[in-house]
Ligand binder design. Structure first.
Ligand SMILES: C[S@@+](CC[C@H](N)C(=O)[O-])C[C@H]1O[C@@H](n2cnc3c(N)ncnc32)[C@H](O)[C@@H]1O
Length: 714
């Protein structure tokens, strides 16, 4: 009776789940096989000619610095995420323990070459709260050097549990500048793989103790496979205020939202346009661009970038802010795109200053003059009139700069930020912050004001036009099935967990219309509203956080256990009867148990905990532990004589780290493991591919909870 009735959970579309799983797998980048060092030539003549001509650096000496840095590997950067109390404690442990290990390991690594001087990790001063750091080591260094294995383990494990994010320094900038608040409606138009999306979600949740934010983040990508990277990325953040859509953002559909009692056109307070680009700012990370770089790409992308930006501006609320960013240095993809739109939006849209939001960041001002060029022979043109007829489909009038005065006084192109690699040893990047002052000239004022006047128009559009139906085809998602007010499963859950008056059962959903509900997801009210109003207008890929999981156990009245993933959201609603206070030592004990057949016995725990467990019904529960300022909560399982923590391995390591427990049994030395495996096999590998371990930004697979399936216990 304990088996999971898989065939029942998905009667409607038995293959959808498997497909989804495969898609998620396929979305993970393959293990990298970097080209042997020698085969990359760090040179590209057109690149140098083009950018020298555009004067992206102010002197020859600076140009030399620029080129020198472009040819070096990028240093590793990461930022600490998560709630304030946990992030502060993790920061303290990083500064004390991790950096001590860092100095030791780097000294060991470099002893022969460089003596014993080690550059200390550098705090990125423009990122708030000392939460972002740069190490003078490349990813390759960290992956390939045995002395650094503990540092590497730390990075992998804390990334997987979502407590740090290994993100390029410059990529942290757009979300900072966008300044997302908990009540904001946020659209990330080109979101995959989602490192910036993660930051947007974190900002949405940054208001301390305010419960579930009233705003939301909608992350979109045109590439269906890459949408699953977003799902994967966001899973670690467990936000009920998040959804993933799959649409071409240059024609992003108009949607609706209920405000008060009125259905209104959906406009966003914040829009991120991190558009597809030639990527030449990432040469330090993607060295193959050295061989491929040509100017044709930029001219090709300009149009798409413009259309995405324009649609973003349309979807923006008056008074709202939009960030346009690329990892390209090319003015054709940057200032020219902004100028192209600003010419048409007159005084309704304005580039605003944002440098002051990034104290200590070194950058150049946006360019106010540039010369478009043909990509084969790199012939530069000062005005469109000079462009020969046969080049006029490639070089468009809109790619040319305004007069120098206009560029500054009318369009404020100088307010853009250009970050060059040598300024603080990063990748190259471009970012501009725009504010919408009025409805755009082609928008009627009504559509920009949420006064519901547009209501009739909006509801006429309720049925999608048939040409929209075309892009809705393709891979079919399982449906989103929300609970209604009389859901029998809910009564059983509510009876067991006493969810309280404030909990709205209609914010729970499953992904199957018929059959037994297996996983129950939780989302915020606004996300439910968006799905219900817009499901037919846009392809929605994912939303909701897994919060309850079917788990049928003898003698336990409720057929659902809590899921660790969703605990942070439902925790506040759960009644006293399913909460157990445990002390620090007990929680360390519970987390350190890695043998599922021998769960910790209640009799071996502290007297306090034993007393707390008296008259406590068996089944799923919350383990609560207070250590100083820090309140930790994990999912647990109370058996007849045992108590266990029900936490996956990465979370276990994170919690043990915070609690000061012993991590040694979780430290893996892959170099030693490999050596041992080779010795066991009695033969030598050719040793060619030594980095087929976890890719840096891709946490490994599913990483299921390590406990046994509870179904088989007691
Ligand atoms: C520069 S990457 C975005 C990186 C992402 N913002 C991050 O920080 O992880 C550009 C993304 O735009 C997507 N894209 C390209 N054309 C698009 C379109 N027309 N609409 C929406 N997304 C598009 C690509 O699939 C790609 O994932």
């Amino acid at each position: 009776e304990m088996g999971k009735p898989k065939h029942l959970t998905n009667k409607q579309n038995p293959f959808a789940k498997k497909k989804r799983h495969n898609k998620e797998k396929a979305a993970e980048p393959p293990a990298r096989r970097e080209k042997p060092y020698e085969s990359i030539v760090y040179e590209n003549e057109s690149f140098e000619t083009y950018y020298k001509h555009q004067q992206i650096c102010s002197s020859d000496a600076e140009w030399d610095q620029f080129m020198k840095h472009m040819k070096q590997n990028l240093p590793v950067t990461f930022r600490i995420t998560g709630s304030k109390a946990q992030a502060n404690l993790l920061l303290k442990l990083i500064k004390e323990d991790l950096f001590e290990e860092y100095f030791r390991a780097v000294k060991e690594l470099r002893r022969e070459e460089e003596g014993a001087h080690v550059e200390p990790p550098q705090c990125l001063g423009w990122y708030p709260g000392e939460m972002a750091w740069q190490l003078e080591l490349s990813r390759k260094d960290i992956r390939r050097s045995e002395p650094l294995f503990k540092l590497h383990n730390f990075l992998i494990s804390e990334t997987s549990s979502g407590n740090i994010s290994r993100q390029e320094a410059v990529s942290m900038i757009p979300p900072l500048v966008l300044d997302v608040q908990p009540h904001h409606k946020v659209l990330d138009m080109c979101a995959a793989p989602g490192s910036k999306t993660a930051q947007l979600i974190e900002s949405l949740h940054a208001g301390e103790g305010t419960g579930i934010p009233s705003g939301f983040v909608m992350a979109n990508d045109v590439d269906n496979n890459r949408c699953y990277m977003l799902v994967h990325q966001a899973k670690r953040l467990s936000s009920p205020c998040f959804l993933v859509t799959n649409a071409d953002s240059s024609t992003f559909p108009s949607m609706q939202i209920t405000q008060g009692d009125v259905v209104c056109p959906l406009k966003f307070d914040r829009v991120l346009c991190d558009v597809p680009c030639s990527g030449d700012g990432t040469l330090r990370k993607n060295a193959d661009i050295w061989n491929k770089w040509n100017l044709g790409q930029a001219s090709n992308l300009h149009g798409l970038q413009y259309r995405i930006l324009k649609r973003g501006a349309e979807l923006l609320e008056v008074g709202g802010k939009l960030v346009y960013s690329t990892c390209s240095l090319n003015p054709i993809e940057n200032e020219a795109v902004l100028h192209h739109l600003l010419k048409q939006t007159e005084d309704t849209l304005e580039i605003v200053e944002c440098g002051h939001m990034l104290p200590t960041l070194k950058y150049c001002k946006g360019m106010t003059y540039w010369e478009p060029a043909t990509h084969k022979e790199l012939k530069f043109y000062k005005s469109f009139d000079e462009v020969p007829e046969n080049q006029r489909t490639v070089l468009r009038p809109d790619m040319f700069p305004p007069s120098k005065d206009e560029a500054i006084e009318k369009y404020h192109l100088d307010r853009c930020l250009r970050i060059l690699p040598h300024q603080q040893n990063t990748g190259g990047f471009f970012v501009a912050l725009l504010e919408k002052k009025k409805p755009l000239p082609w928008e009627s004022p009504d559509t920009a004001v949420d006064d519901g006047k547009d209501l009739t128009k909006a509801s006429e559009a309720a049925e999608p036009p048939s040409k929209k139906a075309k892009f809705m085809r393709g891979f079919k998602e399982d449906p989103f099935v929300f609970f209604d007010d009389k859901e029998d499963v809910f009564d059983s859950i509510n009876g067991f967990y006493r969810l309280g008056e404030d909990f709205n059962p209609r914010n729970l959903l499953t992904r199957c219309k018929v059959g037994k509900k297996k996983n129950i997801y939780f989302c915020s009210s606004v996300v439910r509203n968006l799905v219900q109003l817009n499901e037919k207008r846009v392809k929605i890929i994912n939303l909701g956080v897994k919060s309850f999981v079917r788990c049928v156990t003898r003698n336990i009245e409720c057929e659902f256990r809590l899921a660790q993933e969703g605990l942070a959201n439902v925790n506040a609603f759960i009644g006293e009867r399913r909460r157990v206070k445990v002390n620090r030592q007990d929680l360390i004990e519970l987390l350190s148990c890695t043998d599922p057949t021998k769960p910790p016995e209640i009799a071996a725990l502290s007297a306090e905990t034993q007393a707390n467990l008296k008259d406590f019904d068996s089944g799923s529960c919350i383990l609560e532990c207070e250590v100083g300022e820090l309140k930790l909560a994990t999912v647990g399982w109370k058996g007849a004589v045992s108590l266990r923590a029900y936490v996956d391995q990465h979370d276990t390591v994170h919690l043990l780290r915070l609690l000061g427990g012993d991590l040694s049994k979780f430290e893996k030395n892959k170099f030693q493991d490999k050596l041992r495996a080779e010795q066991d096999a009695g033969e030598n590998d050719d040793g060619e591919n030594d980095d087929h371990d976890e890719r840096d930004d891709a946490p490994d697979g599913e990483g299921g909870e390590t406990g046994p399936t509870v179904e088989t216990v007691e």
